[in-house]
Write a protein that binds this ligand. Structure first.
Ligand code: ADP
Ligand code: MG
Length: 462
């Protein structure tokens, strides 16, 4: 059962959360949403990527009404990109509530914004300068404002917005609720909070240092649209008999599973929406080797005891370093070879560096395998399968057949045909995988696995 269920959220919000594919509330969400829903001022401090946006998006959407016009909530963000992004995320949360967020930021035609403001959005997300602009023109009025959020407060201070923020807070009704979110808490933020907040609840989620074992760790930087082909090329090259592909959301898992199946891979998906019976059967198939690739969300794979997994592919970068450690902990158990490859889009590089910093372990860069490399890899795997069959001496009963074939064809021709048949041809059926932004999710328990292994390039099929 999802920890979102414990937060007493409305059916509309729960539907939105479901649609977003979030399985569990992150720690900062779990701890800040209840006091914020109760109307308290809240200070939330948590590292980047841990889901602070949803921490205020949910209380805002729950606490404002669809009928009343004039802005009821104001979110102040440091940059225009964040204003847009946060506005989008709030609108996703609000999709079934009949309320709407409008981003306003410098650089966009102010008259266009004024027209949009006339439509009375209940929520405004903006950069300090542009909010001040509208305040001066009286194109935004604050008298109905119930909630003010300072998002990424440390960033705003770094960018020199302190004065603007103070002006805005002074102009807001004193009866309002104030929420402040930040990755760090420099003194000026504490001072700002003391001055403008009313007995705030303080929530701090500390970044944790962690260790990862010696599983070989790589990453590939690639645009989202190429991720799936890259995954397929890697699977063809490595031909793992037991691999987990991690996706971020239930929907993502379904999409990747379906696309892999379409291309002829033996894959099954695992996530929280499946019935217990279905999950059990997926796991049984995977453990027995009938399914080679398990596509799973973090939550679904948590606590699963699977020790035959040799390859972990992070189709999406994990939400935080702890999830990363958990995912990687799936490989290389019991003295086996472990290999982990994380696919990231260029803008996720900083998240990867953050994981590296906290795990104190370098993740090596790899370039995406080309189709040719994938094909060569697949051929290599075919040859290894042939050789393994020779070593196992399991083909003796075919010798007569081979001898009669040799009367009509030379051995090289025959062997070439056999290799061709054994080689999994890279399949390039076009597929469509929806892009999602990275999600955070912090895990409490930490894994420790004793073992060290070296990378074995190509896994042999038995
Ligand atoms: P922060 O502001 O703490 O840096 P964000 O709010 O930008 O982090 O969240 C980062 C990503 O995590 C976003 O893509 C967001 O959609 C996703 N996310 C937020 N909450 C959850 C959750 N409970 N489960 C999964 N993903 C989440
Ligand atoms: Mg944020």
């Amino acid at each position: 059962m999802s920890t979102f269920n414990n937060l007493n959220l409305s059916a509309e919000i729960m539907s939105a959360i479901n649609k977003l594919g979030f399985e569990e509330a992150t720690p900062i969400q779990e701890k800040t949403i209840p006091p914020a829903l109760a109307g308290h001022d809240v200070i939330g401090q948590a590292p980047t990527g841990t889901g602070k946006t949803i921490s205020f998006a949910i209380p805002i959407v729950e606490r404002i009404s669809a009928e009343a016009n004039k802005p009821q909530a104001l979110v102040i963000t440091p940059t225009r990109e964040l204003a847009i992004q946060v506005g989008e995320e709030i609108n996703k949360v609000a999709q079934f509530k009949g309320v709407h967020a409008l981003p306003i930021y410098g650089g966009q035609d102010i008259n266009r914004q004024i027209r949009a403001l006339k439509k009375n959005p209940q929520i405004i997300v903006g950069t300090p300068g542009r909010i001040m602009d509208h305040l001066r023109r009286s194109t935004i009025r604050f008298h109905n404002l119930k909630i003010v959020v300072l998002d990424e407060a440390d960033e705003m201070l770094n960018m020199g917005f302190l004065e603007d923020i103070e002006t805005i807070l002074q102009a807001a009704p004193s009866q309002r609720q104030t929420l402040l979110f930040s990755a760090t808490m420099p003194k000026q933020i504490v001072a700002l909070a003391n001055k403008f907040m009313n007995n705030p609840a303080m929530v701090k989620i500390a970044p944790k240092a962690m260790t990862v074992d010696n599983t070989e760790q790589y990453y590939i930087e690639i645009p989202h649209g190429k991720k799936f082909d890259t995954l397929c090329n890697l699977l063809d090259m490595h031909a793992p008999t037991s691999a987990i592909v991690f996706g971020r959301t239930k929907r993502g898992v379904d999409e990747v599973t379906e696309a892999l199946t379409k291309r002829g891979y033996s894959a099954e998906g695992l996530h929280g929406d499946l019935t217990q019976a279905r999950r059990d059967s997926v796991m049984r198939q995977f453990r027995s080797g009938a399914t080679e690739i398990l596509v799973a969300t973090d939550v679904a794979a948590r606590g699963l005891d699977i020790d035959s997994v040799t390859h972990v592919y992070n189709f999406d970068i994990p939400q935080d370093p702890e999830s990363y450690v958990h995912r990687i902990g799936r490989t290389g158990r019991a003295g086996r070879t472990g290999l982990a490859i994380t696919l990231i889009t260029p803008r996720e590089l900083s998240q990867l560096k953050f994981i590296e910093r906290l795990t104190k372990k370098k993740i090596q860069r790899l370039s995406a395998p080309t189709l040719t490399e994938a094909r060569e890899g697949a051929q290599q795997v075919a040859i290894e399968r042939l050789i393994a069959t020779i070593e196992e001496q399991t083909a003796n009963s075919y010798r007569g057949l081979a001898e009669s074939l040799l009367e009509h064809h030379d051995s090289v021709t025959l062997l070439a045909a056999a290799i061709k048949l054994l080689t999994k041809e890279p399949n390039t059926t076009p597929v469509n995988i929806t892009e999602e932004r990275p999600k955070p999710q912090t895990r409490k328990n930490q894994t420790k696995r004793p073992r060290s292994n070296s990378l074995k390039k190509r896994k042999r099929r038995k």
